[in-house]
Design a protein around this ligand. Structure first.
Ligand SMILES: [Zn+2]
Length: 833
């Protein structure tokens, strides 16, 4: 390939070497979308001999390039088909170039093939049920760097101040994993067991690679050991590119990630697990997805579930058990909150308008593998995975291939497990209660499954453990639940102090365990595992106006060994409210130094309106604190409280500099929450072309929520829909939906028709159009009935307040989940609004 930068054109010449599979094949069909095919030449090859190339009379039928063979061919015959083409790809391949608004941007060209976009820049068979080796030859300006799949073979001089780079990948993979990155990049080199491990940052940002990416070789080492299959490719490159259309993409041997993963070192240290979830996720795919590939998108969980699981594997090993359990516990809660996922099985082929890359493929997929590991035990589980990888190495698989490999390696039948968790939908919802019989010295535990059994959701059969603690100690009893309602009896020398069902939280479930306050307090203080203490925090949070509860949560806030429990306790105290809760949170701020706890303490303070001490503390933290995350959270909290001086504080934060504009962007985002229309001129200024992309996104998000009847603001946001910058377009689309101004509908419809859209843009645009078309309530809040919180309806009179509250909650959630969101690869599932 060569590139015409002025025209944003790709000039290509591809040769497919292929073997005929069926006797009587007379035509070949390649996927080719929007490309101009200049010539096609077909050569029959026999051994080393090639026939004289014959120009083929090809046809283009919609998105297929049909090439007739000279005569009907037999199975096993081989051909080279050479295609010369050019095109201005609408997707698949992207040009990031300097322009009048951004004259200093480093030039970048990068591709994004998944799911079926490779055909937009390369005529090829383009579906993940076949594989190919590749040789990629790129001619680019001499000062550029290129990255493609496989080994670098040569870099040679070419005419006109150009250089030609040749890359060769000798292990076959599917076409959505083909990658080309080229441009003004800087390289950092490392290695693992002699295999090159390389990193590429846009020019000027290489110094950010070590702090964010330096743990890559340790991850490769861990995964190779755990899986019993060494890292399979000839090199591992990670290229960080600007305006990327996803968080990361696991192209074989050459991952592409968003350049926002190159955090300023000062900020990188403020995120618990840094960029490790993203990095370990994409690395995990090099085995699951790349070496062994799902045969169709209906089995995408075999890629995404495993990559999500491999994040846990790294996090448990490097950040230890509590961090792993925190991720798992949070992921389960997050999954249950996405109500649209519950009725869908993990393996499914009916995608209609929703994406197959949903919270089932990622969150539930990761959880299912965790459960399988727990049930089989670590050794047997990894024996199964090793067999799965070895037997299917270089192949395209369906879910049954995983079950078979596990059974062969472990002699354990997993049909029932796969049937309920993978081919079935949902997860168990338990209602639990117990009584103690003093005469018999027995605890009777009643377990009910309350999930609605319909469609693919049935009763679950799950082995688990019940722990009963009395003054003489804790005892663990294995049980298997399988019925709609059943009772279990356990010996107990006295009335229990605590009863745990599924101790340690190893089942993806929701549970309503009817316990008294004292039992929850005991559990909070004494349960050994993260999940049981976290559940106690949540349960106690439902008890309002109770000083004993506040005191216990405050003690947890100070003393629990797991930061995730401390942070959850902070959040819960915020929701409980009241003078003593705010005092405890303020006190905790004097000693909590970890930025990830400190920012959550600050966020929790956003619940205390009209509390002078809270407002003063937030003001002080917003101006000065050791943690930028805490300062950003303080800006958001002040806006949420609508404190009288909020706008002054936010304006000052917009004016001041901070690493990566972290505080400015937080202040711009907070202005929407504050809801003061006086912020509009400043937001318009910062949303305009020329300002940094991140700041513009923050400003556009806030503009969505101010002066909703001002058509000029809508017009301004509409004008951003046609910019070349993907993040800006996405922000503008969401902002228009949120704004509720129906005058934006024609522009959104035009965008939808333009076809000039990447990955998941079109379902999101359709959603926003639907929001704008919905009959509005009296106050014009199209978002009012899209609560996504189990169907509660918002009354007209308190609609605005409820919506604002919900938006704040969402924003808060987004900040908290920032780390994990990266790993979701921003394939942009529908927002929860
Ligand atoms: Zn992934």
């Amino acid at each position: 390939m060569r590139f015409d930068l002025d025209q944003k054109k790709v000039l290509g010449d591809v040769t497919h070497s292929l073997s005929i599979l069926k006797d009587g094949t007379a035509k070949l069909a390649f996927d080719s979308a929007g490309l101009t095919i200049q010539s096609v030449t077909v050569n029959k090859t026999t051994g080393d001999r090639k026939s004289a190339g014959a120009a083929a009379k090809f046809e283009i039928i919609s998105d297929k390039l049909i090439v007739p063979l000279p005569e009907a061919a037999k199975a096993g015959e081989k051909f080279d088909v050479q295609i010369r083409y050019e095109g201005r790809p609408k997707k698949g391949l992207y040009f990031i170039l300097p322009d009048k608004d951004y004259p200093d941007r480093p030039k970048q060209i990068w591709t994004q093939g998944e799911s079926e976009d490779t055909r937009y820049y390369l005529p090829t068979y383009d579906y993940p049920n076949d594989r190919l080796t590749t040789e990629t030859i790129l001619t680019v300006p001499a000062s550029w760097i290129t990255v493609a799949n496989g080994k670098l073979i040569s870099v040679t001089d070419a005419a006109g101040g150009m250089k030609t780079w040749t890359w060769r990948e000798s292990l076959p993979s599917s076409t959505y994993l083909i990658t080309v990155v080229a441009g003004e990049f800087e390289e950092v080199k490392d290695s693992w067991h002699g295999i090159p491990v390389t990193y590429y940052a846009p020019k000027g940002r290489a110094d950010r690679i070590p702090v964010n990416y330096g743990r890559t070789p340790a991850m490769i080492d861990l995964f190779s050991k755990k899986l019993g299959v060494d890292y399979p490719w000839e090199k591992y490159a990670q290229s960080m590119v600007d305006d990327f259309v996803a968080g990361g993409m696991e192209n074989s041997s050459a991952t592409t990630n968003t350049s926002s993963s190159l955090k300023h070192p000062r900020l990188a240290s403020e995120f618990t697990t840094g960029e490790d979830p993203l990095i370990s996720h994409e690395l995990g795919h090099q085995w699951f997805g790349d070496l062994v590939t799902c045969k169709d998108w209906g089995n995408i969980w075999l890629n995404e579930g495993f990559a999500t699981f491999m994040e846990y594997v790294w996090i448990e090993a490097h950040f230890l058990k509590d961090q792993g359990e925190y991720e798992r516990w949070s992921n389960a809660r997050e999954w249950f909150q996405q109500a649209n996922l519950y009725s869908k099985p993990l393996v499914r082929h009916d995608f209609d308008d929703s994406s197959e890359f949903d919270g089932n493929a990622y969150g539930k997929g990761g959880w299912v593998l965790y459960m399988l590991r727990h049930q089989l035990g670590e050794d047997a589980f990894y024996r199964g995975l090793k067999r799965y990888l070895e037997v299917n190495r270089g192949k395209n698989v369906v879910t049954a291939d995983l079950a078979r490999a596990i059974e062969e390696a472990t002699h354990t039948n997993v049909d029932q497990f796969f049937s309920q968790w993978i081919y079935g939908a949902g997860a168990p919802m338990f209602d639990l209660s117990y009584s103690y019989d003093d005469a018999k010295h027995q605890v009777a535990l009643t377990v009910k499954q309350t999930q609605k059994r319909e469609g693919r959701v049935g009763l679950f059969r799950v082995p688990t453990e019940v722990e009963i603690t009395t003054s003489s100690g804790a005892k663990l009893y294995p049980v298997t639940v399988s019925k709609e309602a059943e009772a279990f009896s356990f010996p107990s020398d006295s009335a229990p102090l605590g009863v745990l069902f599924d101790k340690g939280g190893h089942i993806l479930k929701s549970a309503e365990f009817h316990k008294e306050k004292k039992e929850w307090l005991f559990q909070l203080k004494n349960a050994a595992d993260f999940s049981d203490r976290a559940d106690a925090v949540v349960a106690l949070g439902k008890i309002k106006n109770d000083e004993e509860v506040v005191a216990a949560l405050a003690e947890t806030l100070r003393k629990d060994k797991a930061w995730g429990i401390r942070a959850t306790a902070a959040e819960t105290l915020g929701h409980i409210g009241g003078a003593s809760a705010s005092k405890q949170l303020l006190d905790a701020l004097n000693t909590a130094n970890e930025p990830w706890v400190r920012s959550r303490l600050v966020s929790a303070l956003a619940n205390f309106k009209d509390d002078a001490a809270v407002a003063a503390k937030l003001d002080s933290i917003a101006h000065q604190d050791g943690s930028y995350r805490a300062r950003a959270a303080a800006l958001q909290a002040l806006a949420g409280l609508k404190a009288p001086n909020s706008l002054t504080v936010l304006n000052a934060a917009v004016a001041a500099d901070s690493p990566d504009d972290f505080l400015r962007n937080a202040a711009l985002r907070s202005m929407g929450t504050l809801g003061d229309d006086k912020a509009v001129p400043l937001l318009l200024e910062w949303s305009a072309p020329g300002k940094p992309i991140d700041s513009r996104q923050a400003a556009i998000g806030s503009l969505a929520r101010l002066q909703k009847d001002n058509k000029d603001i809508t017009k301004q946001i509409v004008s951003y829909l046609n910019e070349p910058h993907f993040p800006i377009r996405m922000s503008a689309i969401f902002a228009l939906g949120l704004r509720g101004d129906a005058s934006a509908i024609p522009a959104l419809e035009a965008l939808l028709k333009s076809g000039d859209l990447s990955i998941e843009m079109s379902p999101i645009i359709k959603q926003q159009i639907a929001r704008l078309k919905k009959p509005q309530d009296g106050k014009g809040n199209p978002e009012a009935d899209e609560d996504g919180e189990g169907g509660e309806k918002v009354g007209a009179e308190d609609g605005q307040a409820a919506v604002t509250q919900r938006l704040d909650k969402l924003e808060h959630l987004i900040q908290e989940m920032n780390e994990r969101l990266k790993a979701i690869e921003t394939r942009l599932p529908p927002p929860k609004q």
